[in-house]
Design a protein around this ligand. Structure first.
Ligand code: BES
Ligand code: ZN
Ligand code: ZN
Length: 500
């Protein structure tokens, strides 16, 4: 979908759909579009139909001829005092569903906002909502008529009141396009069947990202053996598809930004998690093509850095393996020596994410970043604690915690601070190695334990860990994620963090 910005005098949507927003409990502000008689009749219709302007509510109105357009969608924003940019993002997203079968072009009248949110931010939120809601993963569907009809919406125009506002609005849309493009990239990778995205396939995709500002280095199995990335090799050895490791470096264009600052991003890339010899049940396995969502997020973020002109050096570290119970698979009781020299006793082959991250975090730490953030579909425990709409955030640094929370708020993504409670550390002591990959004691908090395990490999660096096991995948459609499957969670949060 292409999006542009216009002021009211350039409206040419007579045959299309116009979106007007409504606040709950307040009169519709259609003054610029309808005369007072028609506004009154619209108000009466809305009353009769029970439209209240609640968040998520939409109403399709077909005006009489002579009115500004063929269809008007009224989209509820909820109560004015609860308004946030995410309200507009979601409301714009809801309109896509209503209009997509009827209109090729929708015209979105940017609402007046009670709080101080700039026109650029409002336009960004609206455009993000439109773009993310238009997402569909249709690559593997045969092209029947019905699926063609679904895709009819091609263009959107965001309408501002005055011509002098169009510049800011266009900037907001440009930012939204870069962010949404990154999310789409991540969703596509997560939704792709595992059979098409073995570690080597993802390494190949990463290589295509290389350009003047992005350097991509891929390590194959032989090189990983030489580097002693034994935890990653251990997880990968039960599969007939070799593990890989990707190291990406983005450098800002010379002369701008604080290029001495360096941020490291690490993403879990298990291309399929069968559980290994500690095999999962068929129900648990259903989502496991998404176990590389952290990797997808990190690749998507790095790929968007040049477009968004990020002013820091950003490095991406992506360990890739398929966790399978092949005849050479690693076993319960095996001891793996990670890249930083620490030994790990494997008590469960299904706790593989923390093993490949142990190597990746140690390698990343050695590159001496100022801040290290990892993203991983790490534990079933975080799904129990926070469900499928909230990401768990763990960190050893208070100001990093605040920065990530701020970024998530801007992106409208839900995250929740979880404890790295030191008292639980003793539960991953091992009688034979330095540490074990799961606790044996009952009633252990699995997401926290996994966080504490990762902390062993970051050498006291400023570090945060985002557990996206719940948020990376959805089973229900939402306004801005209209398909069941990958959500691209945390991609926009990371980009907003880098933009701060
Ligand atoms: N990939 C899973 C975590 C997961 C669960 C992701 C549900 C998405 C949805 C991870 O590798 C795993 O299996 N973790 C185990 C660890 C346990 C065996 C210590 C878990 O959390 O159950
Ligand atoms: Zn697992
Ligand atoms: Zn896993």
């Amino acid at each position: 979908m292409t999006i542009n910005c216009i002021d009211r005098s350039n409206f040419k949507g007579e045959k299309d759909t116009l979106v007007l927003f409504a606040w709950e409990g307040e009169k519709i502000d259609a003054g610029g579009w309808l005369d007072s008689k028609k506004q009154k009749s619209l108000e009466e219709t809305l009353k009769k139909e029970g439209f209240k302007g609640k968040e998520g509510e939409t109403f399709l109105h077909l005006p009489e001829t002579g009115d500004p357009c063929a269809r008007i969608i009224l989209a509820g924003l909820g109560k004015k005092k609860e308004a946030a940019a995410s309200t507009l993002r979601n409301a714009a997203g809801s309109c896509v569903k209503v209009s997509k079968k009827q209109s090729e072009h929708i015209w979105v009248d940017l609402p007046k906002w009670p709080e101080k949110i700039s026109n650029a931010q409002l336009s960004q939120a609206a455009a993000e909502g439109l773009l993310l809601a238009s997402y569909a993963f249709t690559k593997h569907k045969s092209k029947d008529e019905e699926s063609k009809k679904e895709q009819i919406l091609k263009r959107a125009s965001v309408i501002v009141e005055k011509p002098e506002d169009t510049g800011h609005c266009a900037n907001g849309i440009k930012k939204a396009e870069a962010l949404a493009d990154a999310v789409v990239f991540a969703r596509d990778l997560v939704n792709e069947p595992s059979m098409n995205k073995h570690p080597a396939d993802i390494a190949k995709i990463a290589k295509t990202m290389a350009n003047k500002q992005i350097i991509v280095r891929v390590y194959n199995r032989k090189e990983l053996e030489r580097m002693k990335m034994n935890a990653l090799l251990g997880v990968g050895q039960g599969s007939s598809h070799d593990p890989y490791f990707i190291h990406i470096t983005y450098k800002p264009k010379g002369g701008h930004g604080n290029s001495r600052k360096k941020i490291g991003l690490v993403g879990k890339g298990v291309t399929f998690d069968s559980g290994g010899l500690c095999i999962k049940t068929s129900n648990q396995m259903r989502e496991m093509k998404s176990d590389m969502a952290g990797a997808a997020t990190v690749l998507a973020t790095l790929r968007a850095c040049p477009k968004l002109n990020i002013g820091f050096e950003v490095q991406g570290f992506v360990p890739l393996a398929e966790n399978m119970p092949g005849c050479n698979a690693y076993k319960v009781g095996d001891v793996l020596k990670a890249y930083n020299g620490k030994t790990i006793e494997v008590l469960n082959t299904d706790a593989e994410g923390r093993l490949i991250l142990a190597d990746a975090l140690s390698f990343a730490t050695k590159q001496n970043p100022d801040t290290l953030i990892d993203v991983a579909t790490l534990t079933g425990g975080i799904v129990v604690a926070l469900g499928d709409e909230i990401t768990g955030l763990f960190s050893n640094n208070e100001s990093l915690l605040q920065d990530i929370k701020k970024a998530a708020a801007l992106a409208g993504e839900n995250i929740w601070h979880m404890p790295l409670a030191k008292n639980y550390k003793s539960r991953i002591k091992s009688p034979v190695a330095d540490i074990s990959n799961m606790p044996t004691r009952p009633n252990s908090p699995s997401a926290t334990i996994a966080g504490l395990f990762l902390e062993e490999f970051v050498d006291s660096k400023n570090w945060a860990h985002l557990d996206i096991a719940g948020s990376a995948w959805t089973d229900t459609e939402t306004p801005i994620c209209p398909t069941v499957g990958g959500t691209g969670a945390i991609t926009r949060t990371l980009l907003e963090y880098l933009l701060q």
